[in-house]
Ligand binder design. Structure first.
Ligand code: PLP
Length: 355
């Protein structure tokens, strides 16, 4: 158990007036959770303090060598006004997987869960009331020792910040267009693709930029060795429905093990839809498309939950998936998962945790 010290703000901010205009990641609540780690002392000084800028040295190690990890999850307000989380312990478990890769000290997952509940309790009035809107939660760790040598740090800070965010799809589930990147790669096996760490996203920006120039909204990454095998989208895992089977790349260390991915596969299994986690080439997807066997493509991630793909561009080939409309499996997964998250349908999986 953490002994959390509270220093509450004396100048609370006005809450957003129009929850339909929240957007994503612009607005922050009144408080944040912070704790420090020092070698020999461990994690200590857990505190909930006003959300504000903080000071670190210009030589802070995270700024130079990127020793950072983060997580992303949401709090949902149900129709009865209760607040709930979706599998939050999974985020802290995954944070420890990222920590191990980045040589950041492990966190106590139960302590972090306690911190999450305590912080959201303090700022609970910031959890949006509008259908589809939610409170986005960003836990992260940075190394802060003022030192320019390359080595694991001795002083880290763990934060949780909260950002009320709007419905991902303001006008219903709209298919996205995706550009298959065949020049740059995001991660390689043995690298840190499976960790949620800033460097992976820095490496991905150039592909995102190229996609936008060509009027595509997101990038589908191929493997870093042969550029043949499908990996994942910028911040989503990807699934294909081929011949009635849901096929998704297996976890081999270069893609992020999404909690939405894992949950969507479980929902499919529970509904009797065959699933396969295996290696899949972009050529196989193109062939399935040509043979009329590719019926749906969708991304999975906390932000959008399920994101149907309407167009997929690989070099000169543009594939229009399911007439640029949402397919039945995508729709079922979206309805089931958002139904559980917002408490609209029964959670038979035991995934929801009440505040
Ligand atoms: C966070 C993330 C995902 C999705 O993970 P969820 O746990 O489902 O939100 C997928 N890919 C990348 C690269 C990510 O950063």
């Amino acid at each position: 158990m953490l002994n959390i010290r509270y220093e509450l703000t004396k100048t609370p901010k006005a809450k957003p007036q129009d929850e339909t205009k929240l957007g994503f990641g612009h607005i922050f609540t009144d408080h944040m959770f912070v704790m420090d780690y020092i070698t020999g002392k461990g994690w200590h000084d857990a505190r909930i303090v006003p959300y504000e800028d903080f000071r670190i040295s210009p030589a802070a190690m995270c700024l130079h060598y990127g020793q950072t990890v983060f997580e992303g999850l949401k709090a949902y307000r149900t129709a009865s006004g209760d607040i709930q989380f979706f599998r939050p312990i999974e985020n802290f478990k995954r944070m420890n997987v990222s920590n191990d890769r980045l040589v950041i000290p492990r966190i106590d997952e139960q302590d972090c869960l306690q911190a999450l509940h305590a912080l959201v309790e303090v700022d609970k009035d910031w959890v949006p009331h509008t259908d589809g809107a939610s409170l986005y939660i960003r836990p992260f760790i940075i190394s802060v020792d003022p030192f320019l040598g390359v080595k694991p740090a001795d002083h880290y800070m763990f934060f949780i910040i909260l950002s009320p965010s709007g419905a991902y799809y303001e006008t219903g589930l709209n298919p996205v267009s995706i550009y298959v990147e065949s020049k740059y790669v995001r991660a390689v096996r043995g690298g840190m693709g499976f960790a949620k760490t800033g460097g992976n996203y820095a490496a991905s920006l150039i592909g995102q930029d190229e996609a936008h120039k060509q009027n595509y909204s997101q990038v589908l990454w191929l493997d870093g060795v042969e550029q043949k095998y499908i990996e994942e989208v910028g911040a989503m895992n990807i699934m294909f429905v081929i011949d009635g089977e849901v096929v998704t790349p297996m976890l081999q260390g270069s893609i992020l093990p999404g909690i939405t991915r894992k949950s969507a596969l479980d929902v499919c299994r529970a509904k009797g839809i065959p699933v396969s986690e295996r290696r899949i080439t972009i050529q196989e997807v193109a062939d399935a498309y040509d043979n009329g066997k590719l019926s749906e493509v969708f991304g999975t991630g906390t932000a959008a939950v399920i994101s149907p793909v309407g167009h997929l561009k690989w070099n000169d080939k543009v594939m229009t998936i399911n007439n640029n409309e949402i397919g039945p499996i995508s729709q079922m997964l979206y309805d089931t998962m958002t139904g559980i998250q917002w408490g609209k349908i029964e959670d038979t999986f035991g995934w929801v945790e009440k505040l």
